[in-house]
Structures are given as structure tokens and as C-alpha cells.
Design a protein around this ligand. Structure first.
Ligand code: DMJ
Length: 453
């Protein structure tokens, strides 16, 4: 599947950000500030891991010869960080090839103007030409920074400092951490929007899905990546999880555990596909919880993952919708067509991978195999993989995009689900939120660069 996805991209869209499989051409988009080749950068480590040597070499050669950083558009700080910086860092750590390190550092420097705000909380958009920054126009009042965006920089920025010797990257993200640690939180919950100017929360909307998700993920992974020395991250993670459990976690009449969304005290009884990463996160974090909570978190992780599987199993295609609800007698199904699409997202198989590693319960491989079969049946097109507009229809209506995260995440997590546990051992690696592996900072980490999976 990876070979087919890569070869289709190479044939029709090499150098463009994404492949459009229906029109058989490439798509640049406007998230990356004029940078090209998002699919190449997002694929490097997956190709390497799968020992697709020829394809990896093609990707590496493209980076050496065609990946130019002298671009001048407006870029998403978050997307460039998780896809490009994350992809380049992983490629460096896996191969030891300096070209990846150099480009990651240079690109990291181009992101720094996003942090020029009164609070040090970065804005979401940075202008590569002028060095100005701005918030996304669609955020509340057009002036908010988003929790999942400014909260998902920590892992990559610590590595940028480590590899460049320039402490500025680490200082920026440590400052964000301190700021969030101190600020008042309603019921211990972190709202999704904050003003980077005043430092006040803008709206009391809390979600473990889109807009919030990877902030929580980066807390527990910062603890793990620090070889369990970053106790501040660990404490913040368990405090946040306790608040989430108290206010957002629910069990449906049919017995399905889900994480609702919180709007100033009222709950939307829905879960987004994006929130389904949380089964894996809670499993990963369970082992370091206080002893009397470990079994509880393992069980919570298993139950959430089961619910996400149900959202797949209750569709005709056995792929899950973008959002599913628990009300009006419906459980784990989308209630309107506009939420019924599947765009090759990874979160559900991501959780299967973590739960498999934790339990070795064969059910997770069975569920993963169901996804493989469904992807082959409904998402494979003549010229690459594409999302589908309605998971409840067995006659697929494809969208025209092979998302970069399909190659970075979905296929990588599936591969790891069927690999031995020492393939990117969770003792030695953490995955950034785009599934790019970064090494744990063991004191003997000097020998880690270059091919030690
Ligand atoms: C990816 O880019 C990352 O996983 C991100 O954290 C959330 N959205 C997509 C995949 O669905």
C-alpha cells in the first residue's frame, strides 16, 4: 500500500504537496507558506522503516536537490512543525544524514517570528517573507491562538535546540509551558482558544478532538521523551486527564465510553475521529500513573478504543466518520452527511497500535486488518488512495486527495501494528503527532543517531 501510494504520488505529483488521485495531478494548498513536497517529507521515515530503499532514495534525492526553503508565503506554524520539521528530524535520527538536520534547523528558524507576541504564546500563521505573524481569521474574534497548535511544538523544538546548539527553540516552548501552568483553568480544563495578546482564554470550549487534541499528547510524550525527568509535563498531563474524566467522559446507554466536548458547562455528546487518538495516549500514559490508577487508565484506554472501533463497525464501509454522536437513541454514528466522510485519517489505527503493544490482545490486529481491507476496497483508486465522502454508502464517492498523513501516519501505524515490539520500541522513541519518531533522551543517546530502530 505504501509503495502504491508513493509511486502514484511520484508519477503524478512529485514535488507538489499532495497527490490528487482523481485528476491525476498535484496540489500545493496554502498551509505551508510556499514550501513544496509535504508528501515527500512526511513519507521519508515510513519508507525507511519499511525498507523501501529505492523509494527512500528518491525521496532523499528530492530533498537534497529540490527542497528549497527560500519561500515567502504565509505558513501554519503547527502544520509546518509537525509535518516538515517532524519529518526531517525523524529522517535525520533514523539515517544520520546531515541534510535532514540542516534543513530542519533552517526551517525552524523561519518559524520563530510566530512567537513575537506580548505573551510569548505564538500566533498560528507566520509570514516567511516579512516575518510578521497573525491569528487564523476563523478563530474566535479572529485573534485567538489554538491550544492544539501552540501546544504541539514542544517535542520538535527541544530536538531543534539539541541538534543546533541554539537554546532559543527550547526557551520558546518552555515559556509556553510555564504560561499554561500558571494561568487559571476552568475546573482544571484547558479551553481551546487563548488570546496571544492578553493571555486570557477566549471561549470555554474544551475538546480532546480537533483544536485541543495534541496538546495533551505532547504533555505525556514530553515526559517520556525526557526519559521521565520532565515531571512538570507529567503532572500537567495527569491533572488535565483527571479534569477530562470528571467533566467530559461519559458512558452511553448502550455501554460505550466516549469523550464529549464541553461548552462552558454544557456537553456536546459527540466524538470526532480526531479524538480517537486518545485511547492510545491514555494507554501510553497508564504505566506511569499512580499505582492505584494504572489498571483504571488501561481499561479507560481499551473502552475508548472499543468505541472508536464501533464507529467503524457501524458503517457500511467499515471505515469511521469524521464525527459520531451519542444522543437521540443513536450511538457511535454520524447524524448528518457533512460529518460522514473519511479522509484517510490515522487516529483509530494509532490507538490499535498502542493498545496492541500494551496488551498483545489479538483483537487489535484483527481490527487493524479490517481497516486494511476497507482501505483497499473503498479508498484505493487507479492513481493512489483517496478519502470517501460517505462511510455509510458502499458505493464510494472519492474525494480528490491522498493526504500526506496517510503515508506518514495511517500506513506507518498499521505497519507497526503488525511488526515486532522492538521495531521503534516505545522505550526508546516517541512519535510526534504526525507519527514521526523522535528518540527518547536517554543519557547514552549519543549512539542513537543513525539507523537504530
Ligand atoms: C495529522 O496531521 C495529525 O495527526 C494531527 O495531530 C491531527 N490531524 C492529522 C491527521 O488526522
Amino acid at each position: 500500500m505504501m509503495q502504491f501510494a508513493w509511486q502514484s504520488y511520484k508519477r503524478y505529483a512529485m514535488g507538489k504537496n499532495e497527490l490528487q488521485p482523481l485528476t491525476k495531478d498535484g496540489y500545493q494548498g496554502n498551509m505551508f507558506g510556499g514550501l513544496s513536497g509535504a508528501t515527500v517529507i512526511d513519507s521519508l521515515d515510513t519508507l525507511y522503516l519499511m525498507e523501501l530503499k529505492e523509494e527512500f532514495q528518491e525521496a532523499k534525492t528530492w530533498v537534497e536537490e529540490n527542497f528549497h526553503l527560500n519561500v515567502s508565503g504565509e505558513a501554519s506554524l503547527f502544520e509546518v512543525n509537525i509535518r516538515y520539521i517532524g519529518g526531517l528530524l525523524s529522517a535525520f535520527y533514523l539515517t544520520g544524514e546531515d541534510v535532514f538536520r540542516m534543513k530542519a534547523i533552517k526551517l525552524g528558524e523561519k518559524l520563530l517570528p510566530a512567537f513575537n507576541t506580548p505573551t510569548g504564546i505564538p500566533k498560528g500563521v507566520v509570514n516567511f517573507k516579512s516575518g510578521s505573524n497573525r491569528s487564523w481569521g476563523w478563530t474566535t474574534t479572529g485573534s485567538s491562538s489554538i491550544l492544539a497548535e501552540f501546544g504541539s511544538l514542544h517535542l520538535e523544538f527541544l530536538h531543534l535546540s539539541e541538534l543546533s546548539g541554539n537554546q532559543v527553540f527550547a526557551e520558546k516552548v518552555r515559556h509556553i509551558r510555564k504560561f499554561l501552568r500558571k494561568i487559571d483553568k476552568p475546573f482544571g480544563l484547558y479551553p481551546n482558544f487563548i488570546s496571544p495578546v492578553s493571555g486570557n482564554w477566549i471561549q470555554h470550549h474544551v475538546s480532546v478532538g480537533g483544536l485541543g487534541d495534541s496538546f495533551y499528547e505532547y504533555l505525556i510524550k514530553s515526559w517520556l521523551m525526557s526519559a521521565k525527568t520532565d515531571t512538570e509535563a507529567k503532572d500537567m498531563y495527569y491533572e488535565a486527564l483527571t479534569a477530562i474524566e470528571t467533566h467530559l467522559v461519559n458512558v452511553s446507554p448502550g455501554g460505550l465510553t466516549y469523550i464529549a466536548e464541553w461548552r462552558g458547562g454544557n456537553l456536546d455528546h459527540k466524538m470526532g475521529h480526531l479524538a480517537c487518538f486518545s485511547g492510545g495516549m491514555i494507554a501510553l500514559g497508564a504505566e506511569d500513573a499512580e499505582e492505584d490508577k494504572r489498571a483504571h487508565y488501561r481499561e479507560l484506554a481499551a473502552q475508548i478504543t472499543k468505541t472508536c472501533h464501533e464507529s467503524y463497525d457501524r458503517s457500511d464501509t467499515k471505515l469511521g466518520p469524521e464525527a459520531f454522536w451519542f444522543n437521540s437513541g443513536k450511538e457511535a454514528v454520524a447524524t448528518q452527511l457533512s460529518e460522514s466522510y473519511y479522509i484517510l485519517r490515522p487516529e483509530v489505527v494509532e490507538s490499535y497500535m498502542y493498545l496492541w503493544r500494551q496488551t498483545h490482545n489479538p483483537i487489535y490486529r484483527e481490527w487493524g486488518w479490517e481497516v486494511v481491507m476497507a482501505l483497499e476496497k473503498y479508498c484505493r483508486t487507479e492513481a493512489g488512495f483517496a478519502g470517501i465522502q460517505d462511510v455509510y454508502s458502499s458505493i464510494p464517492n472519492h474525494d480528490n486527495k491522498q493526504q500526506t498523513f496517510f503515508l506518514a501516519e495511517t500506513l506507518k501505524y498499521l505497519y507497526l501494528l503488525f511488526s515486532e515490539d522492538d521495531m521503534l520500541s516505545l522505550e526508546d522513541w516517541v512519535f510526534n503527532t504526525e507519527a514521526h519518531p523522535l528518540p527518547v533522551n536517554h543519557s547514552d543517546s549519543a549512539g542513537r543517531v543513525g539507523g537504530q530502530l
